[in-house]
Design a protein around this ligand. Structure first.
Ligand code: CO
Length: 291
């Protein structure tokens, strides 16, 4: 089957989140449904904090979807209302299924807050199907050494397989709906076709250099996010004359095609369910972080 054709390229906006950290956000974009089942992608940094200035996202709730945090640089400490706490370092992933509700905090580690340093990472929001929105919250913490890596035969393309499979490597994370989540490094001259199941929606977010994506090898600059037609493989590459490698986050999954009602940290199917989420949060049903 021919590689997928690029439908359109979204340009990231810069926005401020949580306690004041700057993110690049390619979507959501009003009216764009081709990212379904993905609700939001934030690239946090890269930012170099002076000592005492690193900021994060203090206590806040979520309901109805999953948050996937992938750290490239720095350390993120998290705590939540179910009593989980932990620290993510470079290469580590946390896949949190908020389900019926959690309150959590996501902050730079005490060391990063004290000493400063580089913070860089991603947070992806993955929608849950209606039948799973009120499931019990759960976590999968996957340290860097359990996340498979692979390199193409010509050595020009390498991938970290957070979810799904690529170049013969398969991820360990279990997802509610089938999902691929890959971190690609494409050296100049790289040209790979990534097999994806036909029914998946796919997108490619460029976060370094310039990538060539899709059947016609469309150039997508740093910060651009290509959305693809449904179909076969997803072609990724980097011009042979490029001065630097391209970095691409490839995210793909089965669309839910369900109504989406979202407000702030809650994503449900109806407005009434959103109002219920606010009521449950205000009355303490999502718990609080014990400190
Ligand atoms: Co959060």
């Amino acid at each position: 089957m021919n590689p997928r054709v690029v439908l359109r390229v979204l340009t990231s906006t810069r926005t401020v989140e949580g306690g004041g950290f700057v993110v690049r956000r390619p979507f959501p974009v009003q009216g764009v449904v081709q990212a379904d089942p993905f609700l939001l992608l934030d690239e946090m940094g890269p930012v170099d904090y002076p000592p005492g200035e690193a900021v994060g996202a203090p206590d806040h709730p979520h309901r109805g979807f999953e948050t996937v945090t992938y750290v490239l640089a720095g350390e993120v400490e998290h705590e939540d209302s179910a009593g989980h706490r932990g620290k993510l370092g470079p290469g580590d992933v946390q896949w949190m299924t908020a389900g019926r509700g959690v309150v959590h905090s996501e902050m730079p580690s005490a060391r990063v807050q004290r000493e400063g340093g580089r913070v860089h990472g991603f947070q992806l929001w993955v929608n849950l199907p209606a039948r799973d929105k009120m499931m019990a919250p759960r976590y999968q913490e996957v340290p860097r050494d359990r996340i498979p890596r692979a390199t193409s035969e010509d050595g020009k393309a390498s991938v970290v397989v957070v979810a799904g499979a690529a170049l013969g490597a398969a991820a360990v994370i279990e997802t509610r709906t089938p999902i691929a989540y890959h971190d690609w490094t494409l050296q100049p001259g790289a040209d790979v076709e990534v097999d994806l199941p036909e029914g998946y929606h796919g997108l490619a977010y460029v976060f370094g250099g310039e990538a060539l994506v899709g059947a016609d090898r469309r150039a997508v600059a740093d910060g651009g996010c290509a959305l693809f037609e449904e179909g076969g493989a997803l072609r990724l590459g980097c011009d042979a004359a490029a001065a630097e490698p391209a970095r691409v986050l490839l995210v793909a999954g089965t669309p839910l095609r369900e109504p989406v009602a979202r407000y702030g940290p809650f994503v449900m199917n109806t407005r009434q369910e959103i109002e219920q989420a606010f009521a449950d949060f205000r009355s303490g049903k999502m718990g609080e972080i014990a400190r």
